[in-house]
Write a protein that binds this ligand. Structure first.
Ligand code: HEM
Length: 535
């Protein structure tokens, strides 16, 4: 982070200086820089008289205090982070022109890990996916990888996201979360069965990682890599922990500190045990994506599915390490803004509709959460190899306002442009058609990967804990019909899961989903056609 502040001029250097200054080397002043004798003083009319309006010191102190809070992230509010670096070990210049993937390249990074549903003061050991966001400060701009610790997600229809998240937020009336009342949570899941793979992971051992060092990261979304010739492939990014995977059981989670993951990360770095991850990719040619859909019904734009690693093997690209704790949590982690739309030449979005929606949602929330000029904050500002320029000016806190340079495309003082390296307009014709209103449909293939998880990955102990985790959470679900439906969905994964859950919950589930209509997903597996449409 500190490495090459100089590329960005004096403002960032000032921040670095300030970040490293010791208290002993400072002088107490008011916010205008005027020295003030003592921070506890206030001006009064005599010893027992009223306060004075002219006491700017006191008024400014209180007013600033009143404004200390910014909105917390609407999701992923509780998090931890650190700085470090990425280096390319195995260049992929055959696949992408991205500067950071060329031989010998290295760049500073910041990572923020998080839980998803809880508030900023919530428990680190919640059963929840974990966020895994990486800001790569490349010489050609910032690339933000806003990933999770699970390769799949709960949904593939973007409009469902706020609904699903609301089921994990406080109830409008009771103000309780799903820890106390899990009815809404299971109601949603039992009406949207494409969530099942993510539910299996969430309720399994990986549902509570033992701190952030011991988990992997996955882009989940398909991206595109573009090379010099303008050819492109689809790509999935994986970040594999060099520390291995460790988890905490539900029972053990209760005894952990609410800041377990924060402590673990901070002190590991403080003690010089720098955590690292291997960066790898899976790639797929457009033709292969068509075949994958035709033969195996796996759509590369559907992040409830993974790409089979036997068919699309991992190829290592590089490594990243965290070796520097933040000096100021608010400035460097609370105000850091990760945005999936921050891409660099050589990396492009795919047509995944959830990704496309995120490209809008993140910068939108950043303007609200941090302010219009959030990109000017030192932790967010690009550290590029050239002096950057554009025509964005003014707004609150425009402290880097591009000097006296023209604020329009001037022919008198022209700025320079880089030629387009490749034609970036090539889309995948096979998947493009007429505009439609779309809601996804549940298919038998949606249960294949969850079934493999149960049958081939979970051992006996993991299965037992899984049943305990699901039935324990369902104990706070007040509607039996919801449990019946969810067991019906689990039965499509495995009869074994369903019958064990029936025993554990005392509720007899539906025999499967053939007789169900879902309000969130078309049921492509319904026997009776009238049940197929979501209502
Ligand atoms: C944070 C929206 C899906 C990973 C956020 C934030 C919003 C958001 C508004 C808060 C950002 C901030 O205040 O800085 C959405 C929407 C989604 C979606 C609308 C779907 C339509 C996903 C998916 C993933 C993901 C699929 C992972 C594959 C994250 C992470 C953060 C985050 C890691 C935390 C970023 C940080 O550390 O600052 N999301 N999200 N989200 N989201 Fe999503």
């Amino acid at each position: 982070f500190a490495a090459d502040a100089q590329r960005n001029g004096d403002l960032h250097r000032d921040y670095i200086d300030d970040r490293n200054a010791k208290s002993q080397d400072t002088l107490y002043t008011m916010s205008n820089g005027a020295p003030y004798p003592h921070p506890y003083e206030a001006q009064r009319v005599g010893e027992n008289g009223p306060l004075l309006l002219q006491d700017f010191h006191l008024i400014d102190l209180l007013s600033h205090f009143d404004r200390e809070r910014i909105p917390e992230r609407v999701v992923h509010a509780k998090g931890s982070g650190a700085h470090g670096y990425y280096k390319t070990t195995d260049p992929i210049d055959d696949l992408s022109i991205a500067d950071l993937f060329q031989a010998g390249k290295q760049c500073p990074i910041t990572i923020r890990f998080s839980t998803v549903g809880g508030e900023s003061g919530s428990h680190d050991c919640a059963r929840d996916p974990r966020g895994f966001s990486i800001k790569f400060r490349t010489e050609e701009g910032n690339w933000d990888m806003v990933a999770n610790n699970t390769p799949v997600f709960f949904l593939r229809d973007p409009a469902k996201f706020p609904h699903f998240i609301h089921t994990q937020k406080r109830d409008p009336a009771t103000n309780l979360t799903h820890a106390d009342d899990s009815t809404a949570f299971w109601d949603y899941l039992s009406q949207n069965p494409e969530s099942i793979h993510q539910v299996m992971v969430l309720m399994g051992d990986r549902g509570i990682p033992d701190g952030y060092r011991f988990m992997n990261g996955y882009a989940g979304h398909t991206l595109k890599l573009v090379n010099k010739a303008g050819e492109w492939v689809y790509a999935q990014f994986h970040f594999k922990s060099k520390q291995g995977i460790k988890f905490i059981t539900q029972a053990d989670s209760a005894s952990k500190s609410p800041d377990h993951s924060q402590k673990d990360l901070y002190f590991a770095i403080e003690n010089g045990e720098y955590p690292g991850w291997d960066v790898s990719i899976q790639t797929m040619k457009p033709k292969e994506a068509e075949e994958l859909w035709e033969k195996q019904k796996i759509n590369v734009f559907d992040l409830t599915h993974v790409w089979p690693q036997g068919q699309f093997p991992l190829r290592k690209v590089g490594e990243l390490f965290l070796n520097e704790n933040v000096k100021n949590y608010f400035a460097e982690i609370e105000q850091v803004t990760f945005n999936p739309a921050h891409m660099v030449p050589g990396i492009e979005p795919s047509a995944d509709p959830v990704l496309q929606s995120r490209l809008f949602s993140y910068p939108e929330t950043h303007r609200h959460r941090v302010g219009a000029n959030y990109m000017q904050l030192p932790v967010n500002a690009p550290k590029v190899a050239y002096r950057m320029a554009n025509f964005q000016r003014n707004g609150n806190m425009a402290f880097y306002n591009q000097g006296p340079r023209p604020n329009y495309l001037s022919s008198i003082e022209p700025i320079s442009f880089r030629e387009r390296a490749v034609d970036l307009d090539k889309t995948h014709g096979h998947f493009i058609g007429e505009a439609v209103t779309f809601l996804s449909e549940i298919r038998p293939e949606d249960f294949n990967a969850p079934r493999a998880l149960w049958e081939k990955v979970f051992d006996d102990g993991a299965k037992e804990r899984f049943i305990g985790n699901v039935s324990g959470h369902m104990a706070n679900c007040s509607d039996k019909e919801i449990i019946k439906r969810q067991i019906g969905i689990f039965r499509e994964v495995s009869e074994d899961i369903a019958s064990r859950l029936e025993k554990a919950t005392g509720v007899e589930g539906y025999p499967g989903i053939a007789g169900l209509r879902f309000n969130g997903t078309h049921n492509g597996m319904a026997k009776d056609k009238s049940l197929r449409n979501a209502n």
